[in-house]
Design a protein around this ligand. Structure first.
Ligand code: NAD
Ligand code: UGA
Length: 475
């Protein structure tokens, strides 16, 4: 155990969806601590420093106000990684940990190259005693590798360089990140060095009650994060599977959800059927769990969790297929309005968004998509679909029957729907709950469809406006 005084200075490596908001809230709640967020990506850092708080690189309700209060006072964003490491008592590693795309474990295991690189940077640049906190989601036992890298530097610099490693996974959800950080269900701290654990607990203790700060060993903490995401994703695959059965049998998944959700053992949250889960983490974390289970010889456990991802992929494909089937078996040359591209409402994040695979499938079938999303721009959609939009003038002339599918950005829902045979809702943005279906139906080609993969639209109003309506989970 190492003695540590109160934390005065924090550095966070990684200014992404987790590092940025998490550190902004810590700085806001702990004005006595200097918090510096560093990133190699200079463009991202410049965006965090932008005068116009509406142009921060992460869109999260309430984030602008928190950053506005703390930035320049005790919250700093910089690319000077080594300086920030050298000046810190505590360093959070909040770098990306995507699925490996090649080599051993490709497609399942986490790619730990950014964690390793940042641990090496900490080993080289740190001064005195430093608490290193794993904030990224990591395979169980990664702390061992981090400790090994750091221990190679331990005792250097005149014998003063020492480290303690903690695991402190993040449970925030995008779109509600500020609320989740300000009022978390729990904060989890895993470690062996009790002084370090209490130092981190005292940071959170500025605004989180002690009963909500859970202390575990390192491996339980690392594994709890993967397990929490696997359980949450499993609920979505479960309800999406039941939604398909509801559609086939005349049941309604919302009624079934309400009926089972009132059982306090099941609970009412996370029972919304939809186009499948997206986001950067659920799939990658389950696949990582699957990889770990196989590594430890637990084949049945691995295939159990793998099926959660399999059902999710099936749900996305099923929605693209049913759109095609209902439009007389072909969407070639037909316009389809896509409402929502983000993986969920209240975020500009599109990582693993169900919209990506569904739009790709429809484009493959020859559809001409008009895509609108309140927070996702054309550039991001171009990257995600792997193709630029066509010139709207060309699109207005229509694509030749049987021609290649295309997409165009649309300024508004009505513009997207103009001349369309169908509207497909893929993100549950609040504004899609109150659309003027009379105005939308009036600009569509009849017979026209509303496919509501989020069950958020006013289906009665859409039917009254003359549209055929399909809602996920409604038999
Ligand atoms: P992100 O890709 O948005 O951000 C990671 C940042 O780290 C990038 O900006 C990258 O440039 C930077 N980076 C990588 N290596 C670096 C280095 N050596 N030095 C400086 N900067 C470096 O990722 P994210 O969504 O913030 O996720 C980070 C981690 O948190 C992941 O492990 C993820 O699984 C986990 N997590 C994410 C969420 C979420 O909602 N996005 C929630 C909980 C946990
Ligand atoms: C999720 C977890 O909720 C967080 O606790 C975790 O920290 C985070 O992953 C992470 O590790 O990255 P996030 O992916 O941001 O957060 O958002 P969720 O609200 O969990 O939604 C994930 C996906 O599931 C979205 O596509 C959402 O639309 C979908 N979903 C969610 C449903 O289809 N139905 C539901 O009932 C709930």
């Amino acid at each position: 155990m190492t003695t540590t005084g109160p934390i005065r200075s924090i550095c966070c490596i990684g200014a992404g969806y987790v590092g940025g908001p998490t550190m902004a809230v810590i700085a806001d709640r702990c004005p006595h601590i200097q918090v510096t967020v560093v990133d190699l990506n200079a463009e991202r850092i410049a965006a965090w420093n932008h005068d116009d708080l509406a142009r921060l690189p992460v869109y999260e309700p309430g984030l602008d106000a928190v950053v506005g209060r703390a930035r320049g006072r005790n919250l700093h964003f910089t690319t000077a990684v080594d300086d920030a490491i050298a000046g810190a008592d505590m360093i959070f590693l909040s770098v990306n940990t995507p699925t490996k795309t090649r080599g051993v474990g490709a497609g399942q295991a986490s790619d730990l190259r950014w964690i390793e690189a940042s641990a090496r940077q900490v080993a080289a640049a740190a001064n005195g005693h430093t608490i290193v906190v794993e904030k990224s989601t990591l395979p169980v036992r990664t702390a061992e590798a981090v400790k090994t890298i750091l221990s190679a530097a331990q005792g250097t610099a005149g014998g003063t360089k020492t480290f303690s490693v903690l695991s402190n996974p993040e449970f925030l959800a995008e779109g509600s990140a500020i609320g989740d950080l300000e009022n978390p269900d729990r904060v989890l701290i895993g470690g062996e060095d009790e002084t370090a654990i209490e130092s981190l607990a005292s940071v959170y203790g500025q605004w989180v009650s002690q009963e909500r700060i859970l202390r575990t060993n390192l491996w339980s903490s690392e594994l709890s994060k993967l397990t929490a995401n696997a359980f949450l994703a499993q609920r979505i695959s479960s309800i999406n599977g039941i939604a398909a059965l509801c559609e086939a049998t005349g049941a309604d998944v919302r009624e079934v959800g309400r009926a089972i959700g009132t059982d306090s053992r099941i609970g009412s949250k996370f029972l919304q059927a939809g186009p499948g889960f997206g986001g950067s983490c659920f799939q990658k974390d389950i696949l990582n769990l699957v990889y770990l289970c196989r590594h430890y010889g637990l084949e049945q456990v691995a295939s159990y969790w793998e099926s959660v991802v399999g059902l999710n992929t099936w749900q996305q494909q099923r929605i693209a297929r049913l759109v095609v089937n209902n439009l007389f078996g072909t969407v070639s040359g037909k316009r389809i309005a896509i409402l929502g591209f983000a993986f969920k409402a209240d975020t500009n994040d599109t990582r693993e968004a169900p919209a990506i695979s569904i739009c790709r499938d429809l484009i493959e079938e020859g559809a001409q998509l008009a895509i609108v999303d309140p927070k996702v721009g054309d550039q991001q959609i171009t990257l995600d679909l792997g193709r630029p939009p066509v010139d709207p003038a060309t699109a207005a002339r229509g694509v030749p029957l049987g021609g290649d599918g295309t997409w165009i950005p649309a300024e508004s829902v009505v513009e997207a729907a103009r001349g369309a045979d169908a509207v497909l809702i893929l993100t549950e943005w609040q504004e899609y709950r109150h659309l003027d279906w009379g105005a939308i139906a009036a600009v569509m080609r009849q017979p026209a469809w509303l496919f509501d993969a989020r069950a958020v639209a006013d289906a009665e109003a859409a039917r009254a406006a003359g549209l055929n309506v399909w809602r996920v989970g409604e038999g």
